[in-house]
Design a protein around this ligand. Structure first.
Ligand code: NAG
Length: 317
């Protein structure tokens, strides 16, 4: 009789502790072999994966940190959990040589060569994985992940170079230039470059460099020349950033001069000019959102609910 009770109590404990940590978490996806490949490898995003077991004490300690990290990394690095205690996941964990819990791994995409024709870019292969061996604290984890984001943003060093860049219409891609007082490339800006990879090229240009001589703009004609000469006066000493999309084919430009550089607002602006491959409102994002919300159940779509409305650490360009 008593033994029976003990068993029931134990079973109860087991079923509770076997629960996934991150079901229904808005920022972390619980993955299985069914979706792991598609979520982790079929993207230009970097992914942080935690292989864990619900009964493990270190995993329980890390849980809160992971939730915060995922919130911080929202829209910049994907965050994923794999419950290695589930029978269906055991092989996936073994395949990644997970020997202790938790194991944090970062998956990095191969660099896309945009000079190559799109058709020759397919089959880029799997992401490279790397075990995170740093401190299991919020800041170090977040910083490490961000350091592993592929960067497609280039700095334009001088006004002459900017003119050359805008003159070059050999590519059909639009050119985004962020005129900024700092030449640090923010994670958010990098993530936009990932969303529009192959559709818009992203650059940064220091406000102060606009002060170069007027003749630096000689190679440009018409519309762009006039606009940049104007910027030499209005933007060179500015403390704020200005995002401009240049279309070298049509010689049109479009400016984003809102003070709010959160991802959703900039996203809306950019999507007027080119369609993103990844990120908010894309097919892929819908797929990811379904995983986050616990899959299977039919989802009510809120068409205009931006995915990243909440401010986080990286809400600036
Ligand atoms: C990454 O972006 C490039 C350029 O848009 C695209 O050709 C490629 O398919 C993307 N890679 C993945 C794995 O989605």
């Amino acid at each position: 009789m008593q033994i029976q009770h003990l068993w029931i109590a134990l079973l109860g404990l087991c079923s509770v502790s076997a629960q996934n940590f991150y079901d229904k978490n808005a920022n972390i996806m619980e993955l299985t072999p069914k979706n792991f490949d598609k979520v982790v490898h079929r993207t230009n995003y970097t992914t942080l994966v935690e292989f864990y077991a619900p009964w493990c004490g270190y995993c329980q300690q890390l849980k809160g940190i992971m939730q915060k990290a995922a919130k911080n990394l929202d829209g910049i690095v994907q965050v994923v959990g794999v419950n290695c205690d589930l029978a269906k996941n055991k092989q996936l964990c073994a395949q990644h040589r997970v020997e202790g819990f938790p194991t944090l791994m970062v998956f990095r995409p191969p660099k896309v060569d945009l000079k190559k024709h799109p058709e020759d870019r397919i089959n880029l292969g799997n992401h490279a994985s790397e075990v995170y061996k740093g401190e299991r604290k919020l800041r170090p984890i977040v910083d490490f992940c961000i350091s592993r984001v592929k960067n497609y943003v280039t700095r334009v060093p001088r006004l002459e170079k900017l003119a050359t860049l805008l003159n070059d219409n050999s590519e059909t891609r639009l050119k985004a230039v962020l005129f900024s007082k700092k030449d640090k490339i923010s994670p958010l800006y990098k993530s936009l470059a990932l969303d529009w990879l192959g559709a818009i090229d992203f650059h940064v240009f220091l406000n102060s460099k606009l002060k170069g001589s007027v003749s630096a703009l000689d190679s440009l004609d018409g519309n762009f020349k006039e606009y940049l000469s104007k910027l030499q006066n209005t933007q060179a000493d500015s403390e704020s950033s200005l995002l401009v999309i240049f279309d070298p084919k049509s010689q049109e430009y479009y400016t984003y001069d809102s003070s709010s550089f959160d991802k959703t607002s900039v996203w809306k602006f950019l999507s007027q000019w080119a369609e993103p491959n990844e990120g908010s409102f894309t097919k892929r994002q819908e797929y990811l959102d379904d995983i986050k919300s616990g899959a299977k159940k039919p989802q009510k779509k809120k068409p205009n609910a931006p995915a990243n409305q909440k401010q986080n650490l990286h809400d600036e360009l």
